[in-house]
Write a protein that binds this ligand. Structure first.
Ligand code: SF4
Length: 370
């Protein structure tokens, strides 16, 4: 078997299947085991218990699929056109949804394409052991991607590449064929710390280390409880995920727009008015979010996230009215609605009594407690 020729073909097939880059690496992630354990011991995984449950298996692909000796790591770009980064983020009446979630859920598409890649290889070599992964199992996909030459792990902990930035998904095909491996990517962050200093909730606690419990992506997507008050103001209008660390990254100047129409912004998210999104009833939410990753968080969590953004929005009778309409559905939601109402009420115009008193103070020099 000419494995070099096969590896070359796999890269061509991968590109034909819509992957922008394909790399191959071995399965030795032993150098990452200690740091993974340290991260878990610190509790940085929050309530993502499955991460702790799978322990070191995440760093040992051959335990996930016995016989695995190589991983084919793939990249699929998702940056949609009309992404409206800053415009949307800086308008507090609009909802900001992370760029990766504006279109269809990526899991199915990437898994299907990886399956097709497996079938292509099978046609060439006959039956062989393989299994695709896209966030579907606890696997350390970023160190694998770095080993396979898809990019280095930035200080924000995501993979980025100097030619295309970081707006891409990763997927893996575990295989039992001893293909030649690619050269690992080298860290190019240098002295830059833009992602660390710009994180709204200071979730990047050290270079490459994210405390998920502080991360807006975790809080709005993975976490379904009461979001600690200390983060609510900083969340602004980010209602599903957060892109700030990628928005400031200088390497993202080189990002290309995705060719995958599946990742383009869906119609229902073109108008992202907070109140309108919040007032979707459950049936509307499910219909509008069909095929989207957002659907997984459910209607209550969707409203919870939106209520925080509404508390952070400028005073509006429309917002107060909408918030009041959705009380009594769940304790968690009520807690956030009450907070949002208190933030709105704190911005109320001065009452006439207070105003009169202030006028008297200014006009007659009355003592402040008069
Ligand atoms: S913003 Fe700077 S430090 Fe952060 S990932 Fe990009 S280059 Fe690295």
């Amino acid at each position: 078997m000419n494995y070099q020729a096969l590896a070359d073909k796999i890269k061509i097939w991968g590109q034909e299947l819509g992957f922008q880059k394909v790399g191959i690496c071995d399965v030795d992630l032993s150098e990452h085991e200690a740091e993974l354990q340290k991260w878990l011991d610190a509790g940085y995984h929050g309530e993502m218990d499955w991460m702790a449950r799978h322990g070191m298996m995440r760093a040992r692909p051959s335990e996930l699929l016995p016989g695995t000796v190589r991983v084919i790591s793939v990249r699929m770009d998702y940056l949609p056109p009309e992404a409206q980064f800053a415009a949307n983020l800086s308008d507090p009446t609009q909802a900001y949804v992370s760029r990766y979630a504006l279109g269809r859920d990526y899991h199915k598409l990437i898994r299907n394409q990886l399956k097709k890649l497996g079938q292509k290889i099978e046609q060439e070599v006959g039956q062989f052991g393989h299994r695709p992964f896209v966030d579907s199992a606890p696997i350390l996909e970023r160190p694998l991607a770095q080993k396979a030459g898809l990019g280095w792990t930035g200080k924000h902990s995501l993979i980025l590449d100097k030619e295309c930035g970081s707006w891409f998904f990763l997927g893996e095909l575990l295989i039992d064929l001893p293909l030649p491996v690619d050269e690992a990517s080298v860290d190019q962050c240098g002295k830059c710390k833009a992602c660390i200093t710009s994180c709204p909730t200071q979730a990047i606690v050290d270079e490459g280390i994210v405390d998920a419990r502080r991360c807006i992506s975790y809080l709005t997507i993975e976490f379904d409880g009461v979001i600690p008050e200390e983060f609510r103001r900083a969340m602004g209008n980010r209602i599903y995920g957060c892109d700030d660390c990628q928005l400031v990254c200088p390497w993202n100047r080189f990002s290309e727009l995705t060719k995958q129409e599946d990742f383009h912004r869906r119609e229902a998210l073109k108008n992202a008015n907070l109140t309108e999104l919040f007032l979707w009833d459950e049936a509307t939410f499910l219909k509008n979010m069909e095929g989207s990753a957002i659907r997984r968080i459910g209607h209550l969590q969707w409203m919870r996230n939106l209520s925080i953004a509404m508390g952070n929005a400028p005073y509006s009778m429309e917002i107060i009215d909408a918030l009041q309409q959705r009380t009594g559905l769940s304790e968690v939601l009520d807690t956030h609605i009450q907070w949002a109402l208190s933030q709105q009420q704190a911005q109320l115009p001065l009452s006439s009594t207070k105003l009169d008193r202030l006028i008297r103070i200014v006009e007659k020099g009355l003592p402040r407690d008069a």
